[in-house]
Design a protein around this ligand. Structure first.
Ligand code: SF4
Length: 160
């Protein structure tokens, strides 16, 4: 459970800081941002987790269990056959990049130490934090990686 807590803390902190920076820019943007985050989470749960070896089980992100609450089991073979490109994962990076860019624009508009701290925190959580969770907590012990994981293959390629 410490792994699930750590990975969830990184994700939720990223979403909350992102939502707050969007709110500082223009409150309605927060709703758009959170709707986008919800869309990505549902896309993962319904499109990937249903085919994963952790469907109905506790994976490093806890989402195997959540997926089973809402969606029927998929086809495990489909998980390994899927091809993932950088374009496919771009939306996941936008969750961090869009509020970061918004924060930088706010700082150019008027410098505020709190916004600077939030932008730096978002950068660290969104890149270093997510990277650490994946390499040190999730993928390292992941059964699905052993069976075949297109995302791990994509990132594995970028590491070599
Ligand atoms: S390891 Fe990834 S794909 Fe598998 S259930 Fe967990 S979040 Fe979903």
């Amino acid at each position: 459970m410490w792994a699930v807590a750590a990975s969830t803390a990184v994700s939720v902190s990223t979403y909350l800081i992102g939502a707050y920076l969007m709110y500082l820019a223009w409150p309605p943007l927060t709703l758009c941002y959170l709707a986008f985050v919800l869309f990505l989470e549902i896309r993962l749960l319904r499109g990937h987790c249903v085919d994963c070896a952790y469907y109905g089980k506790v994976c490093a992100f806890g989402k195997g269990v959540v997926s089973a609450w809402f969606f029927p089991r998929g086809d495990p073979a489909r998980f390994c056959q899927r091809k993932i490109s950088r374009i496919d994962i771009l939306p996941d990076f936008l969750v961090t990049l869009v509020p970061m860019a918004t924060g930088i624009l706010l700082l150019i508009w008027q410098f505020d130490p709190l916004i600077l701290i939030l932008v730096v925190a978002l950068f660290l959580l969104g890149f270093a934090g997510t990277g650490l969770v994946r390499t040190r907590i999730a993928c390292r012990f992941c059964r699905q990686r052993e069976l075949g994981c297109p995302a791990e293959q994509l990132f594995g390629k970028s590491r070599t």
